[in-house]
Design a protein around this ligand. Structure first.
Ligand SMILES: NC(=O)C1=CN([C@@H]2O[C@H](COP(=O)(O)OP(=O)(O)OC[C@H]3O[C@@H](n4cnc5c(N)ncnc54)[C@H](OP(=O)(O)O)[C@@H]3O)[C@@H](O)[C@H]2O)C=CC1
Ligand SMILES: O=C(O)CCC(=O)C(=O)O
Ligand SMILES: [Mg+2]
Length: 475
């Protein structure tokens, strides 16, 4: 029983089989309008979704929308501090696929993120954020069309677990003292380091299970891509955070080379195989020297370990991956996080799927969206095994709220992802076509208008951009 909302009396539930949605012709889809610019974006986006479904299926298929509440709106409906009512959680659980606008999270105190809570409560462990260029979109970059990446961000753990204490909190102080007196001195690698007593403190858990299920999804997605895009890059700051971010990298490689052995090659394996292909008589030592920078300065033990690695890889995969066969497989590599921020700008076409932990993916998805036109063009999906919630990369953009000005493109493209996830490709394609044509005709909102050469003046309103997209369905 719902307390204050009533599910539609028409339409059917989306169910799940083996992690995939089973979609009726009239699915009931809960939506959260969102705070701030949600008030502008949601009606514009809904107009486009309904028009596309009607145009694609002529009434044979229809989305039955179910309005549910979160954030400021929920407090208005359910009372003070009722930011995420049980009704909303129950509706999302019952109907399986939902879409939402942005929700506000205060900085430095107050409630924890409702957006993060929705992901954690529903175990939506993969945040999928494609960053792809639409022809004609203005960009601060010279060749934005070269960027075509999909960020697969782990969505349930890392610092987003919110286990932290502010400076002066008695439990935080107790933890710091315990670490300083008991644990740090007992661990020689930490030397005499001490945590300053006036610190806030937070915990960053990265689990093997969480890392591997994310990488598994990324690998499955890579298998569906064209051959030249079959690549998964593990992004980490494992040189500094060895046992969290470094472990993410190691668990990622382990998962790829065990569960996807026949279908993948790691970058390092490709060097070993390539060296032998270039010179079939190459000794183990020379192969090791070619793959390991600074090999000659290594200790005998380290050299021996690399010899074992080279021989082990050749014995294990030469038959199946050698003689160039590896070039048809998913390339799995890794990059340190700071480096990938510059690589997606300087060498964007060298990357495809970027598998990241939670915080790195949060940063990277805004940065990648900027290259292809900004946060107005950054869609996303939060995917689990029995539920999915679609939402844009951006937040509530409060200074633009209620002005019918903001770009609804990201939520509209998140809806495109939802339609594709549902298997309603025809409707998704119509929206992509309409948006591409609107942008090419310079019918755009302020954010794209100011980047265009010459600038578009006046820009379209948020609602007008939605109408322009619908108008261009027929082009
Ligand atoms: N999933 C979610 O619901 C998310 C929620 N948030 C929350 O949103 C709130 C505001 O966060 P803030 O850091 O300001 O980040 P926002 O993403 O909300 O906005 C930052 C800036 O990005 C640009 N922008 C954002 N959305 C759009 C859009 N649709 N079209 C065009 N440009 C856009 C605007 O830039 P300009 O003014 O230069 O044009 C805007 O001022 C915070 O409470 C935050 O926690 C943040 C991210 C995700
Ligand atoms: O939940 C929030 O307020 C911010 C989340 C965020 O920035 C994101 O998921 O990209
Ligand atoms: Mg973010």
């Amino acid at each position: 029983m719902y307390e204050r909302i009533t599910p539609p009396t028409v339409g059917d539930r989306i169910t799940f089989k083996d992690g995939e949605p089973v979609v009726p012709d009239t699915p009931i889809i809960p939506y959260i309008r969102g705070d701030g610019t949600g008030v502008d974006i949601w009606p514009a986006a809904q107009r486009v979704f309904d028009a596309a479904v009607a145009a694609a299926y002529g009434g044979k298929r229809e989305i039955v929308w179910f309005r549910v509440y979160a954030g400021d709106e929920a407090c208005e409906q359910y009372g003070t501090y009722q930011y995420l009512p049980n009704d909303t959680l129950k509706a999302i659980e019952e109907f399986g696929v939902a879409i939402k606008g942005p929700l506000t999270t205060p900085v430095g105190g107050g409630i924890r993120s409702l957006n993060v809570a929705l992901r954690q409560i529903n175990d939506l462990y993969a945040c999928v954020r494609p960053c792809k260029y639409y022809a004609g979109t203005p960009s601060p970059h010279r060749s934005p069309e070269k960027l075509d990446v999909i960020i697969y961000r782990e969505n349930t753990e890392d610092i987003y677990l919110g286990i932290e204490w502010k400076q002066g909190d008695p439990i935080g102080d107790q933890l710091i003292k315990y670490l300083n007196t008991e644990l740090i001195p007992a661990t020689p690698e930490h030397g005499k380091k001490q945590i300053p007593l006036d610190s806030g403190i937070g915990i960053k858990p990265i689990s093997k299970t969480g890392s591997q299920r994310l990488v598994r999804r990324a690998m499955k997605h890579a298998l569906r891509l064209p051959k030249d895009k079959q690549q998964v890059t593990l992004v980490h700051k494992g040189n500094i955070m060895k046992y969290t971010e470094g472990a993410f990298r190691d668990w990622g490689y382990e998962l790829a080379t065990s569960e996807f052995r026949a279908d993948c090659v790691t970058e390092r394996e490709s060097w070993i195989l390539g060296n032998k292909e270039a010179n079939p008589d190459l000794s183990t030592e020379d192969n090791a020297r070619q793959i390991e920078p600074g090999y000659d300065a290594l200790t005998p033990e380290k050299k021996a370990a690399i010899h074992t690695e080279v021989e082990g890889i050749l014995a294990a995969i030469w038959e199946t991956h050698g003689n160039g066969q590896w070039k048809d497989k998913i390339m799995v590599n890794d990059r340190i996080a700071d480096s990938i921020f510059q690589q997606i700008q300087t060498r964007p076409d060298e990357y495809s799927i970027l598998a990241t932990m939670n915080l790195n993916g949060d940063y990277l998805s805004d940065a990648a969206a900027a290259i292809v036109g900004g946060l107005g063009m950054g869609p996303g999906a939060n995917i689990g095994d029995t539920c999915a919630i679609f939402e844009a990369t951006h937040g509530t953009a409060p200074k633009h709220a209620g002005l019918d000005r903001i770009n609804p493109g990201s939520v509209i493209l998140s809806g495109v992802m939802m339609l594709e996830y549902m298997g309603w490709q025809e409707a998704a394609d119509l929206i992509k076509k309409g948006m591409g044509a609107a942008i090419a005709s310079r019918e755009v909102t302020y954010d794209l208008a100011r980047l265009m050469e010459p600038p578009v003046n006046p820009p379209l309103k948020c609602s007008e951009f939605a109408e322009a997209i619908v108008k261009h369905f027929d082009d």
